[in-house]
Design a protein. Sequence first.
Length: 156
Amino acid sequence: MWSKFVLLIAAAADVFSVFAEEYDLRRLPSQLKPLAFLVGKWRSDHGGKAVFATIPTFTYGEEVDISIPDSRSRPLPALNFTSRAWSVNNPDEELHSESGYISVDPRTGTAALTTTMNNGFVTAEEGLIKGTKIKFRLIDVGRMSFSHDLPVVDVS
């Protein structure tokens, strides 16, 4: 009986979280309506494979959170963007995180994603919104002078 009660409360909490203020599409500024399909918390606990020439291949989980900001007084309306990745073999081991914003140029239907990453990189990417798809292309990248990562040549 107790476990059923806990399950019902958990289910109610899940339903409630769908309507949390930061994901309530009724609050979405009109300029950001083309990005409505992105709003939410997206998670994968398996399946991501990272393949690099200099290190062994590894599997990771990732969570992306795209939310509607509290403040409407920004000069350019934008969604909040956060992402974090962890080792599937050790979920407490954070591999990567980034934060940023997604905005739209209403004249062209182009989305822009700007991010700051925990490895010292900052990026600006842009892509045309086509229904529920955006293929971002790297526009600019910056990095800290003391970051140990290799220089970025291209990201798409």
